[in-house]
Design a protein around this ligand. Structure first.
Ligand code: DQA
Length: 147
């Protein structure tokens, strides 16, 4: 049995975690979140990728798809969640399962955050648990059939 491998991918502004609106997103940095995942899931081989750019996220998703062998992607698409049809189409175009995660509960915030254009093409959606959302996302990927 191969070790499960999961790409944790973060979109725009998530590089600023820890100092970006800490009252909403907490004080944990993205690096600390990634380190926490490595500690919590020693059985998983992780890849990590963050970009401020829509196209770079799509390129990375296709790279993972074409490489093959990845168990899934845990994706916090940031604001792209709410309007990027390009990202949605890319997720729909690949077989590798993508789990959508958010630190905050987007349904308890501004109206424009209540719509995700990517949820429909994701394997599942998790939000509102801060850094723990990523852990739940990893568990979600590991729970999918075939893992
Ligand atoms: C977010 C929620 C989005 O609405 C926002 O644009 C983000 C972060 C979250 O993790 O709660 O950048 O995805």
């Amino acid at each position: 049995m191969n070790r499960p491998s999961i790409l944790v991918m973060n979109g725009p502004n998530l590089s600023r975690l820890g100092r970006r609106e800490p009252e909403i997103y907490g004080r944990t940095t993205l690096g600390e979140i990634e380190e926490g995942l490595v500690q919590a899931f020693p059985e998983v081989a992780f890849g990590f990728f963050q970009s401020e750019h829509e196209g770079a996220l799509i390129d990375k998703l296709f790279e993972v798809e074409d490489q093959g062998g990845w168990s899934g992607v845990v994706l916090n698409a940031g604001a792209l969640t709410h309007y990027s049809i390009a990202l949605r189409d890319a997720i729909a175009a690949v077989k590798v399962p993508v789990v959508e995660v958010h630190l905050s509960n987007v349904y308890a915030r501004e109206e424009f955050r209540r719509k995700s254009v990517i949820s429909e093409v994701c394997a599942g959606v998790i939000g509102g648990f801060g850094a723990e959302s990523y852990h739940l996302g990893v568990r979600g990927v590991l729970s999918l059939p075939g893992q």
